[in-house]
Every structure is written in C-alpha cells, then in structure tokens.
Design a protein. Structure first.
Length: 163
C-alpha cells in the first residue's frame, strides 16, 4: 500500500511534505502530508520532521486505534496549516482519514464525492471525517485544498522520483 500527496502549486511544491508508515500488532498506518508549505524550505523541513517524529511513535491494535492515535499525535504538534492523508489497515479492512484535502483517489478512482466529511480545510477539526472503502487499494493519493489532480505523471506530481 502506498500513500501519496500531490504537490502544491508554485515554485516549491514539496516544501513541508512528509511521508511514512508504522506497523503495529497486525495493523499498519501510512501517511502523506504537508505542513508549513508556504514557509521557507527550512521551516517546512523542520515542521515536517516534527510531524514524522510524532507519527513514528503511534501505536494501536487495529486500524481505528492507529488513526485515533495519529490524530492525538498530530494535535500535539503545531498543525494550523496541516494537510494530511492517513490510511490504516488491518485484517478486517481499511479506513481513510484526512485534513486539508479536496480529493482522495484509490488506484486512480475517487473514493468519495465532493462535500464528504473526509474533505475539509487545513488544520484538524474536532471530529475529523473518516471513510471506509469497500475494497483495499494499492495506492491512495490525496489532493490538497488549492491543488488539483495532475494532468501529467502522478509520481512526479507527488515528489516521487522514478528511474
């Protein structure tokens, strides 16, 4: 499973971007996000490192516990401009959560219509939206508010280098 975030428009589309994963007790959490995207590269890097460090300590016995623990960890770090896509899975299924997103696609197909609670402005709401897809996907891609699905190569639009 891969979780990616489309870059932002502008000269520095990946400032503040972070990705990672943890596997705990038969469940796995993967994330892709951005924080301090409008700041300097140094500010973005420092903020992204804080997010990565916070999420690396997340634990939980199932997909719901991992998502809940991720929100707790992210709230403990400055998050006013946070955009993040969280995807957790276990033997029973998958759950998707996010912040600052206007679209999420699973294997290239939209997972929810516009206006779904999964989509909102950057930052963390008191009760973030969740989505329970019917079937798992190999790749989940989030589109931040203010961006749009790329017309060109998807990996490059998400900052992934391919040989």
């Amino acid at each position: 499973m891969r979780v990616l975030l489309v870059g932002s428009p502008g000269r520095a589309p990946f400032t503040g971007h972070f990705r990672g994963s943890v596997a705990r007790e038969g469940a796995e959490l993967r994330w892709a996000g951005r924080v301090r995207g409008g700041g300097t590269p140094e500010e973005g890097w420092g903020a992204a490192e804080s997010m990565r460090d916070a999420l690396a300590e997340v634990s939980g016995a199932d997909r719901y516990a991992l998502i809940d623990a991720a929100w707790v960890a992210l709230r403990a770090v400055a998050h006013d401009d946070l955009t993040v896509l969280l995807v957790a899975k276990d033997g029973e299924g998958t759950v998707i959560a996010g912040s600052g997103l206007c679209e999420v696609r699973a294997d290239g197909q939209p997972v929810a219509p516009p206006g779904h609670p999964l989509y909102d402005e950057p930052g963390i709401r008191e009760r973030p939206g969740y989505l329970h897809p019917e079937s798992p996907a190999e790749a989940y891609v989030g589109v931040p508010v203010g961006s749009r699905w790329p017309a060109g190569a998807l990996p490059a639009a998400c900052g992934v280098r391919t040989p």
